[in-house]
Write a protein that binds this ligand. Structure first.
Ligand code: SF4
Length: 285
C-alpha cells in the first residue's frame, strides 16, 4: 500500500532557500496561514513587517487569506475562475454584480440594488474544506425584470457573500494589478524541488508515518539549504559565518529543524542586506 503526504515549503525569492518546511496529511486549502506564519517566524520578522506571499490556486481559501492579511502579509494567491452555470448568461455571473461596502449592497447588471437582512448563515465545509459564514442579497426588481431569463431560474436572484470576501477581493486585486509577481512563483518554488527530485533523484521517503516522514523531509531540505548556501557564499565563507553565529538561545526554539534553518539562513541574510522575501508554497508531487 502506498501512502502520500504533502510537503508544504516556503521558499525565499532572492536566494531560493527553504525558510519553512512541514510534511502534512491535509490538503493545500488549509495550509497557507500555518506555513506563512512559520516562515515569518523563521525569518525573525515582526508582526508589523510586511511579507509578500505567492501561492498557486490550491491555496485560495478565504479564511486562510484573511488570517494572512491580518498578519500584514500581502497575498498573491492565484484565484480559480468562476464556474459557468448552465442557466446563467456569462454577463450575469456573480462577479458582474458590484458590491458597495458603504451600504452593504450589490448592484446587478440591470442596475437594481440587492440588499441583505444581515443574517449570517453557516456553510459547512466538506472533508478538507473550511467552514464559513455568509449573508444573502436579493431584490424585488427581479419580479418584473426583462433580463431575468438570463440571470436566474428562481423567483429572485440570490447573491451570497462570504465573511472573508473582503480578503478574497484584496488578494484577487493584487493578482490582477501585479501579474509579473505571480509569474515568478514557479521559478522560486520549483528550484528546490527541481534540485531535490530531478537532480538528486529523491522521489520518495524511506520512512513511514507522518512524524518520521516530516523528520526525513526536514533532513533533505536541510541538505538542500546547506548545498545552496555553499553555492552562494562558497564553503569557507559559509563555515566562517556558522562559526561566528551567536544564537540567542533564549529565543531559539528547541526543535532541531528551526535551529538548522536559522543557522543556514542568517549568514545569507547578513550578507545580502535589504532582503525581500516572497514565500510561495508548493506541495511535493
Ligand atoms: S433578475 Fe434581478 S438580479 Fe438579475 S438582472 Fe434582473 S433585477 Fe437584476
Amino acid at each position: 500500500m502506498e501512502v502520500a503526504y504533502n510537503t508544504q515549503n516556503a521558499v525565499d525569492d532572492k536566494h531560493n532557500l527553504i525558510v519553512h518546511t512541514q510534511a502534512t496529511n491535509t490538503n493545500d486549502g488549509k495550509a497557507l496561514y500555518k506555513a506563512a506564519i512559520q516562515a515569518k517566524e523563521n525569518l525573525q520578522l515582526q508582526k508589523q513587517d510586511n511579507l509578500t506571499l505567492l501561492a498557486d490556486k490550491g491555496y485560495h481559501t478565504g479564511a486562510e487569506l484573511h488570517l494572512c492579511q491580518q498578519e500584514n502579509m500581502i497575498t498573491h494567491v492565484a484565484y480559480k475562475e468562476q464556474p459557468t452555470v448552465k442557466h446563467i448568461d456569462k454577463a450575469f455571473l456573480a462577479e458582474s454584480f458590484e458590491y458597495n461596502q458603504l451600504t452593504d449592497t450589490y448592484s446587478c447588471p440591470a442596475g437594481a440594488v440587492l440588499t441583505t437582512l444581515g443574517t449570517w448563515h453557516h456553510k459547512k465545509g466538506e472533508a478538507n474544506e473550511t467552514s464559513y459564514r455568509f449573508k444573502t442579497y436579493r431584490t424585488d426588481a427581479c419580479k418584473t425584470c426583462k433580463l431575468k431569463d438570463q440571470c436566474t431560474k428562481l423567483p429572485k436572484r440570490i447573491i451570497q457573500r462570504s465573511e472573508y470576501q473582503n480578503a478574497v477581493d484584496i488578494n484577487d486585486n493584487n493578482i490582477k494589478q501585479n501579474p509579473q509577481y505571480y509569474k515568478r512563483r514557479q521559478a522560486i518554488c520549483e528550484h528546490p524541488f527541481g534540485s531535490i527530485k530531478r537532480h538528486w533523484g529523491y522521489t520518495h521517503t524511506l520512512l513511514k508515518g507522518l512524524q518520521k516522514v516530516n523528520g526525513e523531509m526536514n533532513l533533505i531540505m536541510f541538505c538542500y539549504n546547506f548545498m545552496r548556501t555553499k553555492n552562494i557564499l562558497g564553503f569557507s565563507k559559509m563555515l566562517k559565518q556558522i562559526q561566528n553565529w551567536k544564537p540567542n538561545y533564549d529565543k531559539v526554539v528547541c526543535s532541531a529543524k528551526k535551529r538548522l534553518i536559522s543557522a543556514l539562513y542568517m549568514p545569507i541574510k547578513q550578507t545580502f542586506s535589504n532582503t525581500h522575501c516572497s514565500s510561495p508554497f508548493l506541495k511535493a508531487a
